[in-house]
Design a protein around this ligand. Sequence first.
Ligand SMILES: Cc1cc2nc3c(=O)[nH]c(=O)nc-3n(C[C@H](O)[C@H](O)[C@H](O)COP(=O)(O)OP(=O)(O)OC[C@H]3O[C@@H](n4cnc5c(N)ncnc54)[C@H](O)[C@@H]3O)c2cc1C
Length: 299
Amino acid sequence: MSWINIGILSLISILPRWIVHPFAKAYVAGETIEKTVQVVKRMNQLGYTCTLDILGEHIQSPSKAEKITKDYCSLYEVIDKETLNCNISIKLTHIGLELDEKLVENNFQMILRQADSHNNFLRIDMENSPYTQKTIDLYQKNIHNYEKIGIVLQAYLKRSLEDAQALNAPGFNTRICKGIYNEPSNIAFKEKIEIQDNFFLITKEILSGEGFAAIATHDIPLIDRIESWIEQNNISNDRFEFQVLYGVPMGFKLKRLLSKGYTVRQYIPFGPDWFDYSLRRLKENPKIISYVLANLFKR
Ligand SMILES: Cc1cc2nc3c(=O)[nH]c(=O)nc-3n(C[C@H](O)[C@H](O)[C@H](O)COP(=O)(O)OP(=O)(O)OC[C@H]3O[C@@H](n4cnc5c(N)ncnc54)[C@H](O)[C@@H]3O)c2cc1C
């Protein structure tokens, strides 16, 4: 971590929330569902599909995990009522993964039943490596009950290509991202080029088989590389989509993807836990500080 990043991180941790809020605002839809609905509507009008995520993770009490589960269930109702082009992504530690296996399974199935009754999709975000296998297991246990579920494979994990090979089948829907957590080098690639190559290999693996690939990255050279391969191999548009985090500047790239008829999805986090969540992310991956600052100046 650079000394500048260490300094900024310590400063952010002690600053009042109202000072930090304008910086986080670009990346978080808001604290309330009302504000978030407005953001999703605006994104839909611009041609993007969306995914909503209630900020938070590592819940330590069963009653809080149940409350978040209920919030996710009501979110499907709001999406339907407001006719939003939008689905949902959850983190399993937000609904009790660290507490009790039965609790997380019940909560997960409650959200799945709600997704089913609204004919909508549910994706499980991938958290750090102690949860990788547990996440895949829960996905595999439930995919037979409701097929509109997806998971995430992280290109920095050395195991992910094999996971892709094992899971790839009709109906398999995975987001591919680089991975945000700080993982040890015995299980994770550390060099940018290795991660990009693995991302490309996993995407090719999914699209050469019968799965659906959600290509989640802001790395424009990597997107270009995947786009060329997709075009050379005549991969049909309904086999993949591109995904980005709300607020990350991409120049004209997203408009160009939309103009080619590709689906582009904005991942939009919201909720009252924005401050703690942003701090945890920054502590885990301080390079985001440099991105945020660079992007602020570009604006
Ligand atoms: C839709 C979506 C869902 C994700 N879900 C998960 C998940 O479930 N599990 C997981 O571990 N990770 C997830 N991630 C995060 C991902 O793993 C990467 O850490 C993150 O996207 C940065 O990597 P990159 O591919 O954009 O490439 P990088 O090489 O890191 O970034 C490329 C460029 O994008 C810009 N940029 C990237 N990230 C940011 C940012 N946060 N703020 C400002 N600018 C930025 C910078 O300009 C940078 O130069 C997700 C990412 C996306 C887009």
